[in-house]
Design a binder for this molecule. Structure first.
Ligand code: PMV
Length: 340
């Protein structure tokens, strides 16, 4: 059977950085995220007895570079992407008790390996499409667990809207679930693409060195309280408290990265220039805040009522090559439009 799934990327407001179990991808702390309506991966999977080997074709696109279909520019120490996909297909074949090889075609509508979490949307879409194509009917929790084993934060792209991922102490207890539906809060995330250069050090490799930072232990102590507070803030739709917390969280994660051994620098001078614009606009009365992950590209968050104003400001900056407007969205779902 041929099945297609669409999954959103997600942006973490409380970040996942550090793992307590590498093989199972159990995070050292829980995290909170929002699914992004306009950063999506679409994946079609078919298992067939006539296929001699698995074939995996992944493409991505950006407004200023067009569609790119090229082999991964393997980041330092990164697991070959096709190999990660095939290992995930093997997990699913084992669960379903089938042996057929698969054809996988996957398209991101945004550049990959640039800190915009294409592995989250990618592995969420792959998990949903491949399990169904293999004849499995898994619950949302089971899909989330499987997506986590495939690629960590992919587990947060399975449920809808605003999502919490429990760190758990076993594979069965580390999964994500929706805490608020997508229409609960009208906020907007404008993703600003400053560059499509692929990051030099993969997230997987970076995650492993988090604990070498002298600040890591302190961070961990704060996390349960911070997660509780973030849920209250979203519940109360308190935008200023929210903005202050997402910036504190992003900067703390980057402090950990920059003080790890070896140190990792994902933010560039361009990223910092945009942060300065955010501070300037805020000073002029526009409530806008930023968050940033493992790349120089940056997320600017505002309330829906300020969307047009922020979009106009961002459009005027030469620094920003492309911007993508996102609202909170549903999680992974099935589509009838196949890619082959
Ligand atoms: O799931 P991974 O291994 O791609 O890690 C995601 C790490 C961050 O994006 C930096 C933080 C997060 O929680 O999304």
């Amino acid at each position: 059977m041929k099945i297609t799934a669409v999954a959103p990327s997600n942006v973490a407001f409380i970040k996942y950085w550090g793992r307590k179990d590498e093989a199972l991808r159990l995070p050292t702390n829980g995290s909170i995220s929002m699914n992004l309506s306009d950063l999506q991966t679409t994946t079609t999977v078919k298992f067939d007895p006539s296929f001699n080997e698995d074939s995996v074709i992944i493409s991505s696109s950006s407004a200023f570079e067009g569609r790119i279909e090229k082999p991964f520019d393997y980041a330092q120490g990164a697991v070959k992407n096709d190999a990660k996909v095939i290992a995930h297909l093997d997990r699913i074949r084992n669960l379903a008790g089938i042996k057929e090889k698969a054809k996988v075609v996957s398209e991101n509508n945004f550049p990959r390996s640039t800190g915009l979490s294409s592995s989250a949307s990618g592995f969420a879409a792959l998990t949903l499409a491949a399990t169904k194509a293999a004849g499995l009917e898994l619950s949302e929790k089971e899909l989330s667990i499987l997506a986590r084993i495939g690629s960590g934060s992919a587990c947060r792209s399975i449920p809808d809207g605003f999502v919490e991922w429990f760190d758990g102490d076993s594979s069965e207890t580390s999964y994500a679930q929706s805490i608020f539906q997508a229409d609960y809060w009208d906020i907007v995330d404008i993703v600003c693409i400053l560059s499509t250069k692929e990051k030099k050090v993969s997230t997987s490799v970076g995650q492993q060195s988090a604990a070498t930072s002298p600040h890591f232990v302190n961070r961990l102590k704060k996390m349960p309280g911070r997660i509780k507070r973030m849920k209250e803030i979203i519940r109360d739709r308190d935008f200023v408290a929210f903005g202050e917390m997402i910036e504190e969280e992003a900067l703390e994660m980057h402090r950990i990265m920059e003080t790890s051994v070896p140190p990792l620098f994902y933010m560039t001078d361009e990223t910092k220039k945009l942060v300065e614009y955010v501070q300037k606009w805020r000073g002029e009365g526009l409530p806008v805040y930023f968050t940033v992950n493992t790349g120089e590209n940056i997320h600017l968050v505002c309330e829906g009522v300020n969307k047009q104003k922020l979009k106009d400001l961002v459009s005027q900056l030469d620094l920003v090559k492309q911007h993508i407007l996102n609202s909170p969205s549903e999680g992974a779902h099935i589509s009838k439009e196949h890619l082959f």
